[in-house]
Design a protein around this ligand. Structure first.
Ligand code: HEC
Ligand code: HEC
Ligand code: HEC
Ligand code: HEC
Ligand code: HEC
Ligand code: HEC
Ligand code: HEC
Length: 263
């Protein structure tokens, strides 16, 4: 496990070398470290100062992954998570705050996010992707930059929330069905990559492997070479296409008519 904290920014070559070493030695972290937004003449003041006026955000923020972000070279004690997205806040604070006053508001623009999340930027450039770079949706429709829900962790409740996130725009797939597909209880992301994918329909696998991770393929009781999935004879079926494209489980999200989700 990586116990060290994030240090962002800085121009020191020694620091970059250290960061490089940490990135290599620490396989769970692959993010490239980039500087936060700049504000001419302003310095970092720390989360505590922001909390004095923005009490609503400060209350939720400690649960966010970004609250742990530290800006390198910030000559003050404490964490600078707010300013990692909004830029150094000293001039904003001295002026008593206010809209458009020496502070960056990223709004729906993903540019600020991409500065640190290079690999997410790459995902949105895969052949199949949510049209985010095209401006048809944005990060903050799926992620709350200030709260703990910024990332939906594993677990029943969290997955229900994740499906609700998707349901904002995809009611058809997320609605209740008479014959539900229990796979959806694990969240849409068991089958779909939320940002982008090399497969059509943002699928995590392009073929039957998508389904076989949960539905074991077993040898049948009859002739050698017979294939069963669960108790159902499937020999030859997969030569016609894949599970959802061979005319078999077309209603893969659930059906109101057929328990096998044929249609
Ligand atoms: C002295 C009080 C005060 C402090 C301290 C303060 N702000 Fe503000 N800030 C305000 C006020 C007032 C507004 C106007 C919007 C509002 O009323 O919510 C504002 C607006 C903002 C906005 C929206 C700007 C826009 O153009 O839409 C951001 C972002 C922001 N603050 C971030 C911060 C951050 C980050 C910190 C800590 C570095 C901070 N603020 C510290 C008072 C403060
Ligand atoms: C991960 C990046 C990120 C971090 C960290 C972050 N914010 Fe924000 N903040 C945003 C984005 C993005 C918006 C615009 C959201 C929108 O328009 O829906 C925003 C909007 C705001 C606004 C303006 C809200 C409005 O009414 O327009 C304030 C004030 C603010 N943030 C304060 C803070 C404070 C205080 C902290 C630390 C406790 C903080 N932010 C941490 C990304 C961040
Ligand atoms: C200054 C760099 C920086 C910026 C700007 C930034 N992030 Fe992050 N973000 C991080 C780091 C570092 C982590 C990993 C934190 C950790 O592992 O403790 C992270 C984690 C996340 C996570 C995963 C949370 C988790 O629990 O694993 C999401 C989602 C996320 N960021 C979204 C955003 C969005 C959306 C924006 C723009 C509004 C944004 N980030 C802007 C540095 C940044
Ligand atoms: C369509 C909804 C959606 C949009 C838009 C979206 N995300 Fe995500 N993001 C998710 C979901 C869902 C997960 C959880 C993935 C999982 O559980 O496998 C996630 C995971 C993440 C993670 C943590 C996992 C990782 O791959 O490192 C980061 C960081 C992240 N998103 C950043 C962003 C940023 C930055 C943007 C905007 C440029 C963005 N996301 C836009 C839905 C979205
Ligand atoms: C803010 C709206 C919005 C949210 C939230 C959203 N999507 Fe989408 N989704 C879109 C748009 C826009 C498209 C592109 C549709 C088009 O091009 O016709 C799309 C397309 C798709 C496609 C089809 C891609 C294709 O090639 O046809 C899938 C699959 C998908 N989204 C899954 C998800 C999942 C899973 C989630 C939750 C993690 C999610 N979406 C959340 C707006 C959204
Ligand atoms: C068991 C795997 C699985 C799960 C879980 C799943 N999907 Fe899908 N989804 C698929 C497959 C397979 C397709 C492609 C169907 C096709 O091409 O006929 C698809 C297609 C889609 C499409 C494109 C529909 C179209 O007509 O082009 C959207 C949108 C979508 N899914 C959204 C979601 C959402 C939202 C969730 C969560 C509520 C979800 N999916 C959960 C397997 C899944
Ligand atoms: C995350 C695990 C998971 C994935 C992935 C998954 N399923 Fe399922 N599926 C289930 C569960 C759980 C059930 C209900 C229990 C059962 O019948 O095995 C189910 C039930 C079914 C049923 C109804 C079976 C019956 O006898 O009532 C069909 C058909 C089905 N799935 C097809 C698919 C197809 C096609 C795919 C791939 C697109 C797929 N599943 C992917 C978990 C999954």
């Amino acid at each position: 496990m990586c116990k060290w904290r994030w240090w962002i920014g800085g121009f020191s070559i020694a620091y970059l070398a250290l960061a490089g070493f940490l990135l290599i030695s620490c396989s769970t972290l692959q993010r490239t470290v980039v500087a936060p937004p700049e504000i001419e003449g302003a310095t970092f003041v720390g989360n505590k100062v922001c909390a004095e006026c923005h009490t609503n955000y400060a209350r939720m923020f400690p649960a966010s992954a970004h609250s742990r972000v530290l800006v390198e070279g910030a000559k003050m004690a404490g964490q600078t998570g707010c300013e990692s997205c909004h830029g150094p806040g000293s001039k904003h604070v001295q002026g008593g705050g206010g809209r458009g006053k020496f502070i960056v508001n990223p709004r729906k623009d993903p540019t600020t996010c991409f500065q640190c999340h290079l690999e997410i930027h790459a995902q949105f450039n895969l052949p199949q992707h949510h049209p985010l770079v095209e401006g048809r949706l944005n990060c903050v429709q799926c992620h709350d930059p200030h709260g703990q829900d910024i990332f939906k962790p594993a677990g029943g409740l969290a997955m229900a929330r994740q499906n609700q996130t998707c349901a904002q725009c995809h009611r058809e797939q997320a609605r209740p069905f008479v014959f539900e597909h229990e796979a959806l209880r694990e969240g849409c992301t068991v089958c779909h990559s939320p940002h982008g994918s090399i497969n059509s329909k943002l699928l995590v696998e392009r073929d039957a492997n998508l389904c076989l991770k949960c539905h074991a393929q077993v040898a049948g009781p009859g002739a050698a070479g017979d294939i069963y999935i669960g108790k159902v004879w499937h020999t030859g079926n997969l030569t016609r296409g894949t599970c959802w494209s061979a005319g078999c489980h077309t209603a893969v999200h659930g059906s109101n008519l057929n328990a096998q989700m044929l249609y």
